[in-house]
Design a protein around this ligand. Sequence first.
Ligand code: 3PG
Length: 396
Amino acid sequence: LDDLLAEGVAGRRVLVRADLNVPLDSGTITDDGRIRASLPTLRRLTEAGARVVVTAHLGRPKGAPDPKFSLRPVATRLGELLGSNVTLASDVVGDSAKSTVDGLGDGDVALLENIRFDPRETSKDDGERGAFARELAALVGDGGAFVSDGFGVVHRKQASVYDVATLLPAHAGGLVLAELEVLRRLAGTPDRPYVVALGGSKVSDKLAVIESLLPKVDRLLVGGGMCFTFLAAEGLGIGDSLLEADMIDTCKRLLAESGDKIMLPADVVIADDFSADANTQSVLVAEIREQWKGLDIGPITADRYGAVLAEAGTVFWNGPMGVFELAPFAEGTRALARSIVDSDAYSVVGGGDSAAAVRVLNLPEDGFSHISTGGGASLEFLEGKPLPGIEVLERS
Ligand code: 3PG
């Protein structure tokens, strides 16, 4: 971005890929963290007089326009935060996009409609994606440039992330650079003890990161829905809690290989229903009632995990410890986050639901060294996988 600004962008059209994939509840944005994270790069460009065309996705529409996945609420919020009008084109590369881009003055911002409304964005066919990327690049025309600032999507080989960067002069935005710096610190020589807390619903989603982090970390604290498959692997009855039966053998192997690095809950909060007004109980993991579901870690576990975090030199946290969206099951996540805030460790929150939890539970954002905007992207980076959206910039 510095290079591009040094070249001068006044009057030039700049296509910015942002990650504005925010959670919505009946059309209302429940956490605008990703929109706010996109502001510094957009402001630097508009202040330098660029005509900014933002592309982004929302959710996973099926490659066709769908009002449920419209970026309309995002455009409104982005405009409020920028303090200027953000015009939303009603299509991606069609007539509305063209006329919206034509109408931009210096320092203006337009947003194209959900990039995933066009099936070519996520196509596995290089030719299809390439053709779509050419249409995107044509919107900014000769003299245009591309800024990749959607860190949360750099692990996707998609037209607006990857292919377009092969067609236009391509630059990393400030958010992408900041995120990479933090993750490189974690992957390099983090201060010890290095403690990773992982939650979320599925072990299968986290398996690759667990495998690659285990040799590097001192402690791996497990919570969230995925802890129940681990508890089942230890031979415990888990009632009606979430279970990935086909992962039990893998969990057994990980537990056997990890020595005492993997810590599992000692107690959990169980409920007779998945709802905010269910009957609940905190029980030891050996006492989970049949037909009840575990929906959070319990207070004993929160204390034990807190004691480990208090001693940590570096912490990476990804995935809530329980169903924090429902008040009776939010305490585990709140306690874990609070322990991280209270520790002196260099602490990174790995995007997605955990970043949303920090904000929804009103925890102080500045209590963490960094809150990543990338869920899957930060995990794939830590797994050591190549990130197509970064590789293409390095080659550019
Ligand atoms: C995310 O929410 O992690 C990013 O916006 C990427 O979304 P995706 O997993 O649908 O590609």
